[in-house]
Ligand binder design. Sequence first.
Ligand code: SF4
Ligand code: MG
Length: 314
Amino acid sequence: QERLRHYLPDLPEEDPYQAGHRTCAGCGPAIEYRWVLKAAGNNTIAVGPTGCMYVANSSYLCTPYTIPWAHTQIGSAGSFTSGVAAAYEARIRKGKYDGEYPNVIVMAGDGSASDIGLGSLSGALYRNHDALFICYDNECYANTGIQVSPTTPYGGMTTFTPPGPVIPEGKKLWPKQLARMMAEGHPWCYVATTTIGYPIDVINKVRKGLNHRGAAFLHIYTPCQKGFVYQTPMSVELSRRVVECGLFPVWEYDPGTRQYSYFKPPVIRPVTDYLAMQGRFGHLLPEHVAALQRAANRNFEMIGVEVPEWLREL
Ligand code: SF4
Ligand code: MG
């Protein structure tokens, strides 16, 4: 925090997401929650559909929030948040509320955002409610015991995709392109991706999304040490390597110009630098790693990074 303050002298003192919650040590989504709510500040209403960050943060009738927060059912993150935003718009329009329009933020896990609650989320983005919709993506249903989700990567081991003699790679499907779907399908929605490896980028995109008049959607990669099986202090390192190896492109989409702008990582790595840190990929055979490297190379080409010859040969 002190080093960040060097770059962001106006980093708010307040922490609407306080210490004392019950997530695992090193939990990526908890780091994401802290930065997002710090960026948003105290005039914020947070919504949390079912997921790790609902269960771990609100057990035994207490929460770590200093701001209003509400739980909603896993499938209704979009509709619930639409209701909160629409209610404030109506109260202000009718002169029944003279405060400043609050930051309305929903943070849904990948299970809610990309799977069970995708319909309600898409409806909210399409109707262009003035709110920030975030998917904190730990690439599995972590809260219920690490089941596969649509954003689990190819080759990822989960309790529903165990590797074995018939399916040696574990998960066979490639992940759903959630943020792309949101950008392509919702005419006025600001969309961006980032990871907790880049806190200033998280803070900037949260503020940009909140300042955008209308719907905004962020897809934030947040590692889960229980699901990914890695050394606890490596959450931030993983969140940089996933970008540096090309498996999670970081970009921003401007709905006004319909243009994407891509972040080109200063360091380029092979996917093995990322995969080898995680137990969920420990069963992969060389042909599976090669398939992941080809996918990463295609992402590099998409973001305008020239793929070095040594990466093509892997
Ligand atoms: Fe965080 Fe994963 Fe633990 Fe859930 S299981 S609290 S997402 S580290
Ligand atoms: Mg999840």
